[in-house]
Structures are given as structure tokens and as C-alpha cells.
Ligand binder design. Structure first.
Ligand code: BJW
Ligand code: ZN
Length: 266
């Protein structure tokens, strides 16, 4: 599949948004994000990562409570490696575009599957972490919470309070998503009329179900996907923008600014 050049991309997004805004009274965007938004920062994605030391492991084999209990050194080495990367790298232009949009009151919030803190570091305030946070850990015995300021030195890390084994404060496979996050995400879906699906393979449920759910909520709702490639969610989206999100989201923002200023010239 060919990726249009920047001008072509600008005009297809401009045309899509200008048609949408002819009918919609107000623009309320919700972003639904996955690991692809942090890939340009240098944080590897979960699937299709041949460059990674950890590529021979499936995420299902590591993000799993049985794996943590039976092989805590292996699982924590993976999380420690990821924490080192996350602390070393930074948010990229795609994160900053979302923070600009929230400051301008166009974006009402982000529903993210990501466990990194880059949206908050970029300045976003309404960020719903469906799969928890990698910069936190909690004790399997006493539930004490730890906030990492740097990666743990000892593997596996132990609770400062009772010495119990700590687990990353993330949602492993087979575990329920935090009920409060689900509630807040549902609220954003009800409020928004445009969803940006950014850098997710759309294969992990129940998160991926938010895209068809948003579609069903209103016939006025529109969905744009930003990804390097097509995904199982592409047929549910109204526009698929192919390319690196650190390049395509700035073009989206330029096109949106263009439409808004053409609509309301001074
Ligand atoms: C770029 C780019 C660039 C790259 N520019 N694009 C229904 C059907 C089938 C299975 C299930 C189902 N419902 C539930 C399940 C089971 C399971 C599941 O979904 N399995 C599937 C894999 C088959 N789900 C669960 O187990 C969930 N829990 C649950 O269902 O509980 C039920 C329950 C009920 C009652 C009692 C108890 C339980 C929990 C799922 C938790 C997922 N956890 C992980 C790990 C989190 C912790 C950690 O980080 O370590 O979450 S797995 C991993 O995948 C992580 C991610 O958030 C998640 C999604 O991945 P994501 O973000 O989409 O990344 P990738 O790598 O897959 O894709 C990256 C994309 O970016 C690609 O498309 C690239 O092309 C693109 N990209 N660079 C633009 N520069
Ligand atoms: Zn403890």
C-alpha cells in the first residue's frame, strides 16, 4: 500500500474534516492510543518488533501473573528493561499534538492502552490508562503502592513495607481492567464526536472494542485511524491515515487549524 505525500495527506485530512465540520456543531475529540504513539520516541511496540531483545517472547507469556510467580526474575528483567528505556526517552511530536489539542479544548481526553507516562509528561491532563502504569508497582501481599522515579535496582523488587513480591501495576492478560478507568472511558465516548485511533494493532480486548462501540453510539460519530499499516479496526474507521504518527499527527493538526480558520476567519 502506498503512503501519500505530505501535501496529499494534508488535503485528504482537510477535506474529511471540513465535510465533518459542516454538519457537526462542535468538535469534541477523544484519542484512543496504543504502543505505536510511543514508537517514534524509541520505545518498542509489543507486536512486530524484530529489533527487540525481547522479540522472541510473546507479550502474553510475560504480562501474565503465572509467569511473574514462577519466573519473577525473567518477568521483572523485561519490565526493568522497559522502565530503563522509558526513563531515558521522551514524548514525541505526536504526544505534543494531543497536548496542544487538549489545551485548545478540542480534545476532551485520551483513552490509552499504554502504560508509559508520556501523555502526562507531554502535558495532557485527562488520560485514562486502561492497562495501568509501568512507573508504579504494587505489593502482592499488602497492596502498598510504589512510584518508580528510576528503574528498580534489585530484581525482583520487594515491598518496602512487608518484604512481599512487587508486581508492575499494570493489567496482565486474563485480568480485569480497572473499573474506574472503564467508567471514565465510557464517559469520554459518550461526549466525543470524533475518535482518533492512534498506533494500536487493535487485537487486545476489551480495549479494541471501544472503536466499534463508539461507532454504534451515534451515526454522527466519525473515526480516523493513524497507523503505519492497516489493522483489524481499519474497516470500522472512516479515514485511515498511513504513516509514522510523529509525522501524520502534526499534518492532522495543520489541516484542522486550516479548516477551523477557513470556517471562522477572524
Ligand atoms: C505505528 C508506529 C508509528 C508502530 N506510527 N503506527 C476477545 C477476543 C479474544 C481475546 C480476548 C477477548 N477478550 C479478552 C480476551 C483475552 C485478552 C486478549 O485480548 N487477548 C488477545 C491478544 C487475543 N484480553 C485480556 O486478557 C484482558 N483482560 C480480560 O479480558 O479480562 C477478562 C476477565 C473477565 C472476568 C474476570 C477476569 C478477567 C486484559 C488485557 C491486558 C493487556 N495487557 C497488555 C500488557 C500491559 C502491561 C504491560 O505493558 O506490560 O497491554 S498486552 C499489550 O497489548 C499491552 C498493550 O496495551 C496491548 C495493546 O497493544 P497495542 O498498544 O495495540 O500495541 P501493538 O504492539 O500490538 O501495536 C502497535 C501498533 O502501532 C501496530 O499496529 C503498528 O503498526 C503501529 N505502529 N509504530 C504509527 N511510528
Ligand atoms: Zn507489602
Amino acid at each position: 500500500m502506498s503512503v501519500p505525500d505530505e501535501k496529499g495527506l494534508y488535503f485528504s485530512i482537510y477535506s474529511f474534516l471540513s465535510h465533518f465540520l459542516e454538519k457537526a456543531k462542535k468538535l469534541k475529540i477523544v484519542a484512543f492510543c496504543g504502543a505505536g504513539i510511543s514508537a517514534p520516541s524509541g520505545v518498542p511496540t509489543f507486536r512486530g518488533r524484530p529489533d527487540s531483545l525481547w522479540a522472541r517472547y510473546r507479550p502474553e507469556d510475560l504480562a501474565n501473573i503465572n509467569a511473574l510467580l514462577s519466573k519473577p526474575d525473567l518477568v521483572w528483567s523485561w519490565y526493568k528493561w522497559r522502565l530503563e528505556l522509558i526513563f531515558e526517552k521522551h514524548p514525541n511530536s505526536a504526544h505534543y499534538i494531543l497536548s496542544d489539542l487538549e489545551r485548545e479544548k478540542i480534545l476532551i481526553g485520551i483513552i490509552t492502552q499504554n502504560v508509559d507516562p508520556y501523555h502526562e509528561w507531554a502535558g495532557n491532563r485527562t488520560v485514562i490508562h486502561l492497562h495501568g502504569s509501568i512507573v508504579q508497582a504494587r505489593c502482592l501481599e499488602c497492596e502498598s503502592l510504589v512510584h518508580w522515579k528510576e528503574p528498580p535496582k534489585e530484581i525482583p523488587p520487594r515491598c518496602f513495607n512487608c518484604g512481599g513480591l512487587l508486581r508492575p501495576n499494570v493489567v496482565f492478560f486474563g485480568e480485569m481492567l480497572p473499573p474506574r478507568a472503564l467508567e471514565e472511558a465510557n464517559f469520554l465516548l459518550q461526549e466525543a464526536n470524533l475518535m482518533l485511533v492512534i498506533g494500536t494493532s487493535g487485537v487486545v480486548y476489551p480495549a479494541a472494542g471501544y472503536v466499534p462501540a463508539f461507532r454504534k453510539l451515534s451515526s454522527q460519530n466519525r473515526i480516523m485511524e493513524f497507523n503505519l499499516e492497516s489493522t483489524p479496526l481499519t474497516p470500522t474507521c472512516d479515514l485511515s491515515v498511513l504513516g509514522d504518527v510523529s509525522k501524520t499527527l502534526p499534518i492532522f493538526k495543520q489541516a484542522l487549524d486550516g479548516v477551523l480558520s477557513d470556517k471562522n476567519p477572524n
